[in-house]
Design a protein around this ligand. Structure first.
Ligand code: NAD
Length: 331
C-alpha cells in the first residue's frame, strides 16, 4: 500500500477496544496497535467496512448502546478508544433524536462501562463543538457554540467525558479532531478531500459550496493516530485537546493542490453555500504539542500526494486482478 507509515503504538501489552473500529480513523488506529496489542473492535457497520478492520482484531458486530455486547467487548480492557458515532451533519439535522442516542447515549454507555472496568478512555470529539470561532486559531478554552445537532452531540459527549474524569476520577482524554483525511475515507459524508479526489480522477469539475474562500485545518489520519495513541497514556487526563495542524487553507487552495497532484484539468463548479457551514477554522495546537508532545508531521501537499499514489496503486491492482480474472475466464 502506498501509504505514510503509521506511528508505532507504545501501550505495552494493553488490551484495547476501539468502538467504531471499522470506520476510517478506527481502522488506521487498529492497524497501528496490532500485533503488539490485543485489539477488539465494536462496530455496527452502519458506515464502517470490513475492509477497514485489519486481520488479528476481534470483532464485535453490535450497536455501541447494546449493553450485553459492550460488556463482553469491554471485559478486561485497559484502554477504550471511543470513535463510534453518526458522523454526518446532514443525518443529524434530519434525525436529531436518533443521532443523539448514538452519539451521546452511546458515549455515556462507554463511560459507565469504563468505570466498572477501571479502563482509560479516549473520546473522539470534534472542532464542530466550537461552531464559528470568534478568534483564530481556536484554542480549547474558546467558547463552544455548535451549529448543528451533530456539533451539539459532540459537545455533550466531550463534556460528559471530562465530567467523568472530575467526578469519578476516570482517566479520560478528549480529542477534538479538525478535518481529518487520508486513505480509506469514502462515502457520501467523507469530506471534501475525498469528494475532490473522486471528481478529479473522473476528470469532472470539483464542486465547491459557496465562494471557496472558507478555510479549514486538514490533518492527516497518521497524525490523528499519533495523537490518539499518546492520549491513551497521558498523565494529563480530564482535558480536551485540539487535533489539527495549526495551518489552514481555503477550499479553493485545496482544489489547486488536488488538481496539481492528480494532473486533472477540469475546473471548479460553484454551488450554493451549505447552511450551517462555518466560514473559518484553524486549530491552536499548543496544548497537543506541549502536553501530549505531538507535532503534526504531514503537510497537506504531502498527504494529498500520498493519497493520490495510494488510489492509483489500488486502481492498478484492481485492474491487474480484473485482467487476471478475464485471462483465466478466456483460458
Ligand atoms: P466513520 O463513519 O468512518 O467511523 C465511525 C464508525 O462508527 C463507523 O465504522 C460506524 O459503522 C460506527 N458506528 C456508527 N454508529 C454506531 C453504533 N451505533 N454502534 C457501533 N458503531 C457505530 O467516521 P470517522 O471519520 O472514522 O470518525 C471517527 C470519529 O471521529 C467519530 O466519532 C467522528 O465524530 C470523529 N471525527 C471525525 C472527523 C473527520 O474529519 N473524519 C472530524 C471530527 C471528529
Amino acid at each position: 500500500m502506498t501509504d505514510l507509515p503509521l506511528p508505532e503504538a507504545d501501550l505495552g501489552d494493553a488490551t484495547v477496544l476501539i468502538t467504531g473500529g471499522a470506520g476510517f480513523i478506527g481502522g488506521h488506529l487498529a492497524a497501528a496497535l496490532l500485533p503488539e496489542n490485543e485489539v477488539r473492535v465494536l462496530d455496527d457497520y452502519s458506515t464502517g467496512e470490513t475492509s477497514n478492520v485489519p486481520d488479528g482484531a476481534a470483532v464485535f458486530c453490535a450497536d455501541v448502546r447494546n449493553e450485553d455486547a459492550l460488556e463482553r467487548a469491554m471485559a478486561g480492557v485497559d484502554v477504550v478508544f471511543h470513535l463510534a458515532a453518526v458522523v454526518s451533519v446532514e443525518t443529524s439535522v434530519e434525525n436529531p433524536v436518533e443521532v443523539h442516542r448514538v452519539n451521546v447515549d452511546g458515549t455515556l454507555a462507554v463511560l459507565e462501562r469504563a468505570r466498572d472496568e477501571n479502563a482509560r478512555v479516549v473520546v473522539a470529539s470534534s472542532a464542530a463543538v466550537y461552531g464559528e470561532p470568534t478568534g483564530l486559531p481556536v484554542n480549547e478554552d474558546a467558547d463552544t457554540d455548535p451549529l448543528s445537532p451533530y456539533g451539539a452531540d459532540k459537545l455533550a459527549a466531550d463534556t460528559y467525558a471530562r465530567v467523568y474524569a472530575d467526578v469519578y476520577d476516570l482517566p479520560v482524554a478528549v480529542l477534538r479532531f479538525f478535518n481529518v483525511y487520508g486513505p480509506g475515507q469514502r462515502g457520501p459524508y467523507s469530506g471534501v478531500v475525498d469528494a475532490f479526489l473522486q471528481r478529479a480522477f473522473a476528470d469532472e469539475p470539483l464542486v465547491v459550496h459557496g465562494d471557496g474562500e472558507q478555510t479549514r485545518d486538514f490533518v492527516h489520519v497518521t497524525d490523528v493516530v499519533r495523537a490518539l495513541l499518546t492520549a491513551a497514556s497521558t498523565e494529563h487526563t480530564g482535558l480536551a485537546f485540539n487535533v489539527g495542524t495549526g495551518s489552514s487553507v481555503s477550499i479553493n487552495e485545496l482544489a489547486d493542490v488536488i488538481r496539481d497532484a492528480t494532473g486533472a484539468t477540469a475546473g471548479v463548479d460553484h454551488e450554493r453555500a451549505r447552511p450551517g457551514d462555518i466560514r473559518h477554522s484553524r486549530a491552536d495546537c499548543t496544548r497537543m504539542r506541549e502536553l501530549l508532545g505531538v507535532q503534526p508531521t504531514v503537510s497537506l501537499r504531502e498527504g494529498v500526494e500520498h493519497l493520490v499514489s495510494y488510489r492509483l496503486d489500488r486502481a492498478a491492482n484492481a485492474t491487474g486482478r480484473d485482467e487476471a480474472i478475464s485471462d483465466s475466464i478466456a483460458e
